[in-house]
Structures are given as structure tokens and as C-alpha cells.
Design a protein around this ligand. Structure first.
Ligand code: HEC
Ligand code: HEC
Length: 302
């Protein structure tokens, strides 16, 4: 266990330098057309989980409890657009940039902004929805009312009256009467979130929770409350949730929580394969690294 931690530390302590070094060679990325770049980034960084065909069936998917998204369905959880709509590109960018906390979907910090944009363009080619439909106008996020006992109390009342209890449980622990046996749109079992424990998948800011309450999480039983509740009521629920979210998921190696550890192991395996000359998913290829190093040496010699 100790040895594992040391190896992990060494590898990930060094990786940023390796990335920086490799990204010195930007001429290559620039010379490639957008979709080709996106396809390469996808193959190297995403396919192990999301599958070469984008169907969520990558070689690592089976082992993961929270399944990687099937992009062919064109259904996304984390959107700024109303329930049932396609997400905006900026929604997908947010997910790729921040990751989904507590799952193996890690923040893709090794990718430049251009690389993230191109991989988002590429993943949209997996579903015909993006060809045939346009995303609806995003739900507006009103400014947050002043925090206080009153607003939290309103949130607590609504939490019971609006039916959150049936899924998330009387105290928010994710153990309501309808919590058992729920499935998502892809047929996998899903549980209502334990709202007393941070971090949340939606994101770290109150605005992230407000967005989720307003748009719902498509593909899951979590409904949208855009029509059922006023903005003030949705904000009061955010305040109530933040008042009960007093626990933190246990931190494991490098501060990772939950299935993030699995995500890191998968990335590490791929990085290792890449460094040893294989076609890893993060690995920018051992061959390419050697070539870079030789070129650098030549430059320095001049
Ligand atoms: C180690 C596995 C893994 C890798 C590698 C990975 N993902 Fe994911 N991804 C997941 C999982 C698991 C989810 C589902 C999270 C959830 O539903 O809570 C997900 C979800 C997503 C979503 C959907 C979010 C939503 O709103 O529904 C997008 C978009 C996404 N990933 C993009 C990417 C891209 C792009 C890459 C590569 C740059 C990538 N992922 C690499 C595991 C992975
Ligand atoms: C029919 C069941 C159901 C009802 C009713 C429901 N939820 Fe959810 N909720 C879920 C499920 C399932 C998830 C988890 C989705 C996931 O993990 O991908 C969820 C997720 C959430 C999240 C996101 C947590 C995160 O990690 O970002 C919040 C916040 C939330 N629910 C609040 C509420 C509130 C407040 C209400 C009532 C107004 C409510 N839910 C009603 C099933 C439900």
C-alpha cells in the first residue's frame, strides 16, 4: 500500500512536467484539422471509459460502479438548458474541465483549452441529436437572495412539501421510501444523492445546485423544478441543502474522493503504457516523446 502511494506520487508529481514538455511542440496540434485533433484526444484520453464508438462501453467501463456516459444517446445530466434539451458546448466544456466529483470522470487538466474544445466537438459526432437539434435557451440563474434563518426554514419546508423526501430521505441521507431500485435511462441502478455529504457532482458553487434544481439531471430520476418552484423557492432549497451538507467524503490518496481513485488508476495505467512506447490514452506516445527530446537537444546545441 505504501509502495503504491510512493509510486503514485512520483508519477503524478512528474506528469505535469512531462505534459509541459510535450506541449512545447504545439506546431503539431496546430497543423491538424479540428476533428482530427478531437478524435486523437478522444482516443488517448476518453475511449478507455467511454468506448471508441462513444457508447460508454470502453474496456474499463465494466469495473466502474458509476458508468461512463453513452454519448450515442445524446442525453446529458449537467446542463444549463431545460430538461430534455441538448446541452450547450459550454456545459460539456465545464464537465470536461472540472470533472464529475466522486466519479471516475476526472478534471481533464492535462488538456489545453483547444484540446478540450476539439474533443467536445468530436464527442458530439456520436449522437445524431447534435446534427438534428439545437440546444434550447439556457435557464437563467437569478441572483441569490440574502442568506438567513428564514430562507433556510422555507427550504426545509419545501424539501418536505415538494417531494424531495421520497427519494433523498427525511434527513437528506439519500434513503427515502422510493430510493431503492431506481434505474437511470441507460438501465443502470442509481441512488438519490446523500445531500449531507460534499463534494457534489453538480459543482462546488451554490449556483451549481441551483442549476441542477432548475434543469434536473436528464437520464436520471432527478426531476427539474423549473415549473414547480419559483426562483426564490429553488434558492431556499439550495440554502437548506448547504445547511445540511456538513460532512465531507473521506479523502484518499492525493485528496481524491470515491471513484476518483479508480479514474486516477485508469489514467495512470494509460500514462504508463504511453511512456513505455505504447499507445496509451494519456500517453502522447513514447516515440513522440523521444522525438521531442532529440529535437530539444538539437535546438539547445545550436
Ligand atoms: C476513467 C473513466 C473516464 C474517462 C477516462 C473519461 N470519462 Fe467522462 N465520464 C466518466 C463517467 C463515470 C461519467 C459519468 C458520471 C456520472 O454520470 O455521474 C462520465 C461522464 C462524462 C460526460 C457526461 C456529463 C453529463 O452531463 O452527463 C462527458 C461530457 C464526459 N464524461 C466527457 C469525457 C471526455 C471528453 C473525456 C476525455 C477527455 C472523458 N470523459 C474521460 C468516466 C470517464
Ligand atoms: C424521484 C427521485 C428524486 C426526487 C423526487 C428528487 N431527487 Fe434529487 N436526485 C435524485 C437522484 C437519483 C439523484 C442522483 C443523480 C446522479 O447521481 O447522477 C439526485 C440528485 C440531486 C442533486 C445533485 C447532487 C449532486 O451531487 O450534484 C440535488 C442537489 C438534488 N438531487 C436535490 C433534490 C431536491 C432539493 C429535491 C426536491 C425538490 C429532489 N432532489 C428530488 C432523485 C430524486
Amino acid at each position: 500500500m505504501m509502495l503504491w502511494a510512493v509510486v503514485a506520487f512520483l508519477m503524478f508529481g512528474l506528469l505535469p512536467f512531462v505534459y509541459e514538455f510535450l506541449q512545447g511542440d504545439e506546431s503539431m496540434a496546430r497543423a491538424q484539422p479540428k476533428t482530427e485533433l478531437g478524435e486523437r484526444i478522444y482516443r488517448e484520453n476518453c475511449a478507455a471509459c467511454h468506448g471508441e464508438k462513444g457508447d460508454g462501453n470502453g474496456p474499463e467501463a465494466q469495473k466502474l460502479k458509476t458508468k461512463p456516459r453513452d454519448f450515442t444517446s445524446g442525453i446529458f445530466k449537467f446542463r444549463s438548458t431545460p430538461s430534455g434539451s441538448l446541452p450547450l458546448d459550454s456545459d460539456l466544456m465545464r464537465t470536461v474541465t472540472r470533472g464529475v466529483r466522486g466519479t471516475s470522470m476526472l478534471a481533464q487538466l492535462q488538456l489545453s483549452e483547444e484540446e478540450r474544445r476539439s474533443v467536445v466537438q468530436y464527442l458530439e459526432t456520436f449522437s445524431p441529436r447534435f446534427k438534428n437539434q439545437k440546444p434550447a435557451k439556457p435557464v437563467s440563474i437569478s441572483s441569490r437572495p440574502h442568506e438567513g434563518k428564514e430562507i433556510i426554514a422555507l427550504g426545509e419546508t419545501l424539501y418536505k412539501d415538494a417531494g424531495c423526501v421520497s427519494c433523498h430521505g427525511p434527513k437528506g441521507n439519500g434513503d427515502g421510501s422510493s430510493a431503492e431500485g431506481l434505474k437511470d435511462s441507460w438501465g443502470f441502478p442509481i441512488r438519490p444523492t446523500d445531500l449531507t455529504v460534499k463534494p457534489f457532482k453538480s459543482g462546488p458553487e451554490p449556483q451549481d445546485l441551483y442549476r441542477t434544481l432548475s434543469t434536473g439531471l436528464d437520464g436520471t430520476p432527478m426531476p427539474s423544478y423549473f415549473n414547480a418552484l419559483t426562483p426564490r423557492e429553488r434558492w431556499s432549497l439550495v440554502s437548506y441543502i448547504l445547511s445540511i451538507a456538513t460532512k465531507e467524503k473521506p479523502r484518499e490518496m492525493m485528496g481524491l474522493v470515491g471513484e476518483e481513485v479508480d479514474g486516477m488508476r485508469i489514467d495512470m495505467r494509460a500514462a504508463m503504457a504511453g511512456m513505455m512506447g505504447g499507445r496509451g490514452m494519456i500517453g502522447r506516445g513514447g516515440g513522440m516523446m523521444n522525438r521531442n527530446m532529440q529535437e530539444r537537444k538539437k535546438d539547445m546545441g545550436r
